[in-house]
Design a protein around this ligand. Sequence first.
Ligand code: GTP
Length: 370
Amino acid sequence: MKAVILVGGLGTRLRPLTCNTPKPMIPLVNQPFMEYMLLSLRDQGIDEVILAVQYLADHFRSTLGDGSQLGIKLHIAEEPEPRGTAGAVKNVEHLLDGTTFVFNGDVLTDLDLQAMLAFHRERGSKVTISLTPVDDPTQYGLVEIDETRRIKRFLEKPRAEDITSNLINAGTYVIEPEIFRYVPPDQFYMFERGLFPVLMQTGDPVYGYPSRAYWNDIGRPQNYLDVHHDILIGKVQYTFRGKEIASRVWLEDTADIHQSAQIVGPVVLGAGVRIGRGASIIGPTVIGAHCTIGTDVTIEGSVLWDNNEIEERCVLRSCVLGRGNHIGAHTLVSDGTIISDGCSLGAENRLERGIKLWPGTTLKDQAISF
Ligand code: GTP
């Protein structure tokens, strides 16, 4: 079975984490998200995937290659310019030969794909859209269905007074390629605002597939941390790599952990991590490979990518650090702060309330101070 994954977006909402890394390739528990997604699609019976890439395309090629290492056949199809979600699939239409899954490349879900496919076939649907309930649909594409689950109406980012359902488009589709005859070639064209409204007019059967499977869009800054917390506390089906060395503490290879350090799970430690005397690592937390955590540092509810160096007595709480940052001693980083890649912070800085540092930022000692 074939699938197309849409991974060509700019990921603007997740900047600065997406300045050097395309959103679908940012790490999820120390593994590029797309690698994790391809493995879980493979385990659900998808053996051939077309990645529709655009922004930072080489990053996908160099990391994923032809997919053989993951046991999947992978084509990387680069658009000459962004074609939008439906235009991107139109661009690879020649590679499709029957019923196909299409996925947004920024959604973590444990949806049962075979059950969705069976539903699509039973109904003789041309497009089936996975739906998920949310408390506040105003930021999403709302979908109205009838009692047979046939879709009656789409409403993109509805106003509060127009809300008639709590079901939104969850970004997984089963499609019959013939519907791409409605998509103009070589143009920017979206599913949500283009093809789906057209299908409402043509009368082609379009169904919704509501489910209570786990669903989260990793492309929003707060969601990125939430998704990690959900995985670590077991809200979503997930297989951890590495060895469980203590209760809910997973180590992906060897590490150098001082005997006085305290690690309270759920915590994942990447390969070659060094944790100094008196440090406390409190879950849900992920520490990337080759990070060095200094004496008496506290890290809680945070995600660090690879190669960060945290000097003594720093406190990191509810924050995300990209790759290769140096954080000077006695610095506080908290409350949704994002530090991207290659930043160098002097001692005794205080970064709170969702501050975002762009790649390569340098701060002197006490530049933002107590
Ligand atoms: P934001 O800039 O933060 O909105 O993120 P985004 O650019 O990824 O857009 P959005 O989250 O709406 O996109 C949903 C999915 O479609 C993501 O997986 C994107 O990578 C993908 N996508 C969006 N636009 C395009 C496009 O023009 N071409 C391709 N191939 N994929 C796209």
